[in-house]
Design a protein around this ligand. Sequence first.
Ligand code: GRF
Length: 243
Amino acid sequence: MKKIKIGVLISGSGSNLQAIIDATEKGSLLGEVIFVGSDTPNVKGLERAEKHNIESFVVNYKEIITDYKKSEGKSEIPQDFNLSELLKKQKLFDSDKLDKAKFFLESRAIAEEKILKNIEKFEKFDVLALAGFMRIFSPYFIDKINKDKMRIVNIHPALLPSFPGTNGYEDTFNYGCKVGGCTVHFVDYGEDTGPIIGQKCFTINPDDTIETVKAKGLKLEWQLYPECLKLFCEGKENVFKRT
Ligand code: GRF
């Protein structure tokens, strides 16, 4: 069993980050969170990192995207950014949505280069865990992290491949599902489409509400994420991979 180094990216409350930190401190997960990055300043997850003496950084996506819009194509796009190559790789936009794809790829690459610069300062990590990180990475970033193997993972609030996107629990509940759940998966070029590492599910009863469904799901997320990261310690993160 190997002790793993974990980088965590968040956008908000960081309750999954907390679950990961707690598991490492308890010893149920043989690992260490070596940095926390956020796309939003002043969020609770950053306070959690500070409380546990974990270094953190912020790359303010909102500001970067606004500046990119204002600059009308004069923004500082990374030097090694290759639009035609990235357009071929990306899986989010149909080929007739070239403007949207270009906007996404260029604005995100600016932010992603800043994340990469911050990450460089830390030791090499075994896994980059997205924990409530509400941004989609472009192939520009993914390829730079996944040089040797897939090492970006995400937790999603639904039983994928059902209900990808940002509102997994709401979508599950509003559809009338009798079972909900959460998924930890590798990140690929699509939205919540990467190979599944682990899942947990719960029953949705007639008296459940969106709030109770969210609460049930989050509780399971806090168990599932450390369990899935543990597979990286055992070198078993790919055991369920079919694609
Ligand atoms: C979680 O449900 C996660 O699956 C989703 O965002 C929610 C917030 O997570 N993507 P956290 O409290 O910030 O970890």
